[in-house]
Write a protein that binds this ligand. Structure first.
Ligand SMILES: NC(=O)c1ccc[n+]([C@@H]2O[C@H](COP(=O)([O-])OP(=O)(O)OC[C@H]3O[C@@H](n4cnc5c(N)ncnc54)[C@H](OP(=O)(O)O)[C@@H]3O)[C@@H](O)[C@H]2O)c1
Length: 280
């Protein structure tokens, strides 16, 4: 496994494991399989209702807790100083740990749902900073924040977010937001690196896959990694869990990177930080 260093000095595996939509038993089994095959970064969220399963999978894997980077997220209806602190305690309990390695604000407060979204995000962030200072979280970050949400947050933040986890896959990869985050040394993490399977039939990706004798899934992950972005693919299938790790033995050419960068809009989830709970 390769690691990146975050702006707070902590290291993060460049390839992790997603758990969205995994049921209790799937969650336990897939987390155990992932850890036993070499993944060391796990991604869950209170919203996924599988933090207990992830915690059990970690214990059943037999891998030392110290080696594992656990990410969980604060849901968007639980923002604010007090709620953030209370939610973190719930996540710690469900995951059966005394510290979260990476805690993210899942979606920013927005003008559609809050009279003063800037203040709500600022209060939430202050709680995250306090929890980090107390040692209950190692790294703090955000998810689905656009530049405008980050700029507003930075007006009052004492700690720079270490991560921004965003939708990032061939056909929708937010390059301007990535460039902005790079200038702030905020690491991008890619959610839905396969657009939940919607990219698999694309002809360009299939042609590149054939050339490298790799699967389209592996091409997507390699493309994410070559952008210096952390990928967190999800799978409940043991063969795919293993397949998705086999991306460190080949390299996409500059031309192939450009071809994938230039693919037209494909697989966009429709989830937007300024429109939630509606899709666009
Ligand atoms: N921050 C956010 O707002 C946010 C939003 C969405 C997701 N996430 C995180 O990002 C993670 C990944 O995103 P995602 O779960 O939405 O979608 P994804 O990883 O793009 O796609 C998952 C789908 O691809 C299939 N798959 C996995 N590997 C494959 C392979 N090698 N060949 C063929 N099919 C393969 C899986 O099937 P099987 O499981 O049946 O193998 C599953 O149906 C999530 O699990 C979650 O942790 C975060």
């Amino acid at each position: 496994m390769k690691y990146v260093t975050l702006n707070d000095g902590n290291s993060l595996p460049i390839l992790g494991f997603g758990t969205y939509k995994s049921t209790e038993q799937e969650g336990i089994t897939s987390v155990k399989t992932a850890l036993q095959n070499g993944y060391r970064l796990l991604d869950t969220a209170s919203k996924y209702q599988n933090e207990e399963a992830v915690g059990k999978g970690i214990i059943e894997s037999g891998i030392s807790r110290k080696e594992i980077v656990i990410t969980t997220k604060l849901w968007r209806t639980c923002l604010g100083y007090e709620d953030t602190k209370a939610e973190l305690e719930k996540s710690l309990k469900k995951l059966q740990v005394d510290c979260i390695d990476l805690f993210l604000i899942h979606w920013p407060a927005n003008a559609k749902n809050y009279n003063n979204w800037q203040q709500v995000n600022a209060d939430t962030w202050r709680a995250m900073e306090d929890l980090q200072a107390e040692g209950k979280i190692k790294s703090i970050g955000v998810s689905n924040f656009f530049e405008q949400h980050l700029e507003a947050l930075l007006q009052t933040a004492k700690v720079m977010p270490a991560i921004n986890q965003i939708e990032f896959h061939p056909g929708y990869w937010q390059p301007k937001l990535m460039e902005y985050c790079n200038t702030k040394n905020i690491q991008i993490q890619a959610w839905s690196p396969f657009a939940r399977g919607k990219v698999f039939k694309n002809e360009t990706l299939n042609n590149i896959a054939k050339k490298h004798k790799k699967s389209v899934a592996q091409i997507c992950l390699r493309w994410v990694l070559q952008h210096q972005v952390v990928a967190i693919p999800k799978s409940n299938t043991p063969e795919r869990i293993k397949e998705n790790l086999q991306v460190f033995d080949f390299k996409l050419t500059e031309e192939e990177m450009h071809l994938i960068n230039a693919l037209p809009l494909m697989g966009y989830s429709g989830e937007h930080p300024n429109h939630w709970p509606d899709r666009i």
